[in-house]
Design a protein around this ligand. Sequence first.
Ligand SMILES: [Zn+2]
Length: 248
Amino acid sequence: MRRADGYYVQFLVNASNKVDTELTGKMVGLDVGIKEFYTDSNGHTEPNPKFYRTGSKRLKFRQRRVSRKKKGSTNRKKAINRLGRVHLKISRQREEHAKRMARCVIQSNDLVAYEDLRIKNLVKNHCLAKSINDAGWYQFRKWLEYFGVKFDKITVAVNPAYTSQECSNCGTLVKKSLSMRTHTCQCGFVLDRDWNAAINILKLALSTTGHVGTWVQDPNALGDSTSTLIGEILLKQVGSVNKESPWL
Ligand SMILES: [Zn+2]
């Protein structure tokens, strides 16, 4: 695999070396957004790492440098190489961050629920900041499922339809636009929009009677070759959650 700063060899890592872990008695639903890295069903918000913002600024700067150089010139080649290096650096930072977050969430919970978002729907946009965000979320999910297997925890991807619209208290659909940050229901329930969604995500996971992991690795679909990293592992996790869960 060729990278801006050299060639890499891809290693296959044995994912079956499970680790014995004790149950925490906790479970969590995660809602990913643009504003925050995620908001969980306990109301905790994990901010986006700083490099998401600074990184996109640097990318824009390097991209402009490339476009200003004459096509076919040596200077343009140099500028392209520099742009590639910035891309690569951000991609690695993002991967490290996603991995660290995922390990932490998995180790602190017995069940982790999140939305089954599809790559196709998210990568259609051309906004740089948002695409960095999306790629980070896919890496996060990949590592959640990886650590889920490794630490013998349950991970559930739920259908994202209505998770932000439904009232987590009474189930009524409360329509809201993206700019409406607070969920206000006629039942009197008022909560931060993402927090309400995270609760719905957890609830959905707990009402799922069986789940087959739907994560499909398709690096090309991300439109960002830097998202395929060394040691990337494809995980297929079949977890099952039923209503007799000891957590209920
Ligand atoms: Zn309500």
